[in-house]
Design a protein around this ligand. Structure first.
Ligand code: UTP
Length: 277
């Protein structure tokens, strides 16, 4: 059973500067809700209540957002504006939040390893809140938990992208699992290949279910030239040592770490929720 979700949220968000100079990227709003809250809601809807957040310097707004705000609450209590806080208060009531700080931003793999003391020896979900997903029925993590229950190994969410965009993603190759049209046994992975070098157009997106063996593998991974420890390098080893499954999820995804994806997400949710713009 998956009880914990890790939210790596320590990155600098350079593509969103200057907005992210003092405001965490994960707290940028899509309409009136911060990206990270969408992620927490996705985890809650899959039955996970333990939210483990990897933060860093300048990210304190995250902790404040998921905590009571007595002064504000007592000001609004009993007024017509009371309902504005209802949703977030429910989330705070249902969830437990734990935090750890990543002292040096050495990449996603390093951020996940930093989360080890909050996770321990159990399988866990990972949500990158800047990859915002919206699904008609079950959320992406719920869909992936179903796959995990069947195969009991690390699961990565994938999406087909245009070949011209492979250089932005980790790209997998794999064998389609018999009697399925959406699960692949991963045979290889390449981090951000050029269109010409890409073995496929199946891109890894910001949702994972990882088994705890990943921590041991991450400890031995050497950093890349840019100093970052990549989670794809660790998953590649895990795929060779045991198995890793890639799952083509059902739903829409927006890369809210880029300005273009962020604007697309705002337009999508404004239309979906019938907001007059
Ligand atoms: P990104 O690759 O989007 O990096 O990280 P970034 O630093 O946030 O953004 P840019 O590229 O500079 O604009 C993917 C996820 O991993 C987290 C980020 O917070 C984001 O959720 N991350 C990345 C960490 O927690 N620590 C890191 O060292 C790097």
């Amino acid at each position: 059973m998956i009880k914990k979700c890790l939210f790596p949220a320590a990155g600098y968000g350079t593509r969103f500067l200057p907005a992210t100079k003092a405001v965490p990227k994960e707290m940028l709003p899509i309409l009136n809700k911060p990206l990270l809250q969408y992620g927490v809601e996705e985890a809650l809807s899959s039955g996970i209540t333990n939210m483990a957040v990897v933060t860093g310097r300048g990210k304190r707004a995250i902790e404040d957002h998921f905590d009571n705000a007595f002064e504000l609450e007592s000001q609004l209590n009993g007024t017509s504006k009371d309902h504005y806080l209802k949703e977030i208060k429910e989330i705070i009531k249902k969830s437990t939040f734990t935090y750890v700080r990543q002292k040096e931003m050495l990449g996603l793999g390093h951020a996940i390893l930093t989360g080890e003391p909050l996770i321990g020896e159990e399988p866990f979900a990972v949500i990158l809140a800047d990859d915002l997903c919206d699904c008609a029925e079950n959320g992406v993590i719920s869909q992936m938990i179903e796959v995990y229950d069947k195969y009991q190994c690390s699961i990565i969410a994938i999406q087909e992208v245009p070949m011209s965009q492979t250089s932005k993603y980790g790209i997998i190759t794999g064998d389609l699992i018999e009697n399925s049209d959406n699960t692949y046994l991963v045979t290889d992975m390449v981090e951000k290949p050029d269109e010409k070098m890409a073995p496929s157009n199946m891109a890894i997106i910001g949702r994972y279910i990882l088994t705890p063996e990943i921590f041991k593998i991450l400890k031995d991974i050497k950093p890349h030239k840019n100093g970052e420890i990549q989670i794809t390098d660790a998953l590649k080893i895990q795929a060779k040592q045991s198995k890793v499954i890639a799952y083509k999820f059902k739903g829409n995804r927006f890369d809210c770490g880029s300005v273009r994806g962020y604007v697309e997400a705002i337009n999508y949710f404004a239309k979906k929720l019938n907001v007059d713009v």
